[in-house]
Design a protein around this ligand. Structure first.
Ligand SMILES: Nc1nc2c(ncn2[C@@H]2O[C@H](COP(=O)(O)OP(=O)(O)O)[C@@H](O)[C@H]2O)c(=O)[nH]1
Ligand SMILES: [Mg+2]
Length: 292
């Protein structure tokens, strides 16, 4: 696949010129180049080149990956049958991520009470499945799940109660963690560490330690920090980069430990564009880890 990713201000003429240059350099026919359009642009028939959106590209890649995985599985089954290999041993999440070429992903919402996990879950799902409201007591008290499909990927959203609260009995928290791990047993699991953009509390300072204790030391390799109340950044005319640059060292460290993967969300009003950006980050992380 020869992909030419273009920026927002592209002109048809410039892009075509580039395709011709690439054709001269590589010898590949111009029809083999596909232009990946910036977000918000829709493929138009008037373009003289093949083009697609990032979302469409990811679903095409996922389809191709599925076909390859099916072929690989058939080859593996043949090999197992001929070599008489026994059943597979237990798989950890990282191994599952590498092996899992299916088109399914679990998104697990984690974070303190009131940070907006349930509201974020509803935004991802595009419908209200989880109760979300302002409250001084936790509203979500059990792990819950709901599914949707986003650009060909089956996304299971898992909403959780606050499992980091020191006030809550540890056996209750362990039950939530066990339930959450059970829900994530099959398919790739991506953790979304949900934090309020303008509040970094003492309870969040050692959140990664508690998180690792619950889900294992490698879990942060599959984590994206998701900041809610993005509209507060918008009204302060700040980008996520500006915010991260000026934020507290403790928060900077959390983002750093999560590989710098972070997104910003606003749920009032919900905006599906931010869901597409989140899925882009999810897919990039999964693709990168599968290559490692
Ligand atoms: N303005 C605004 N409110 C939000 C946002 N995300 C969550 N909230 C509100 O924050 C409150 C707590 O959200 P909830 O989803 O119940 O938090 P949870 O306890 O982490 O599940 C609710 O009143 C939400 O409407 C956001 O991005 N912007
Ligand atoms: Mg909740």
């Amino acid at each position: 696949m020869c992909l030419l990713v273009v920026e927002d201000e592209f002109t048809t003429q410039e892009v075509w010129q580039q395709i011709e240059n690439l054709h001269k350099i590589t010898g590949k026919p111009t029809e083999e180049f596909k232009v990946v359009l910036p977000l918000r642009h829709k493929p138009e028939e008037s373009y003289p080149f093949k083009c697609c959106t990032v979302e469409r590209l990811f679903s095409e890649l996922a389809e191709k990956r599925n076909v390859m995985a099916t072929n690989q599985r058939s080859a593996d089954e043949t090999h197992h049958q001929t070599s008489g290999a026994g059943s597979r041993g237990p798989t950890d999440n990282r191994k599952r991520l590498k092996e899992n070429h299916s088109n399914k992903v679990n998104l697990v919402l984690l974070g303190l009470s009131g940070t907006g996990k349930s509201a974020t879950g509803n935004t991802i799902l595009g419908k209200t499945k989880f109760e979300s409201k302002a409250s001084s007591v936790p509203i979500t008290t059990e792990c819950q799940e709901a599914e949707t499909e986003i650009n060909g990927t089956c996304v299971r959203v898992i909403d959780t109660p606050d499992i980091f609260d020191d006030e809550i009995n540890s056996s209750v928290k362990n039950q939530h963690v066990t339930q959450c791990r059970r829900l994530c047993q099959s398919d790739t699991c991506v953790y979304l560490l949900v934090m309020h953009v303008s509040r970094f509390t003492d309870g969040e300072r050692d959140i990664l330690k508690k998180f690792e204790k619950a889900f294992g030391p490698e879990a942060k390799e599959q984590t994206i920090v998701l900041f809610t109340r993005g509209e507060e950044l918008q009204s302060a005319e700040m980008s996520l980069e500006d915010f991260l640059q000026d934020c507290q060292p403790g928060l900077k460290n959390i983002v750093k430990q999560c590989g710098g993967r972070c997104v910003v969300f606003k749920t009032k009003p919900p905006d599906q564009h931010q869901v597409a950006e989140l899925m882009q980050t999810v897919n990039m992380m999964i693709n990168k880890q599968q290559k490692q």
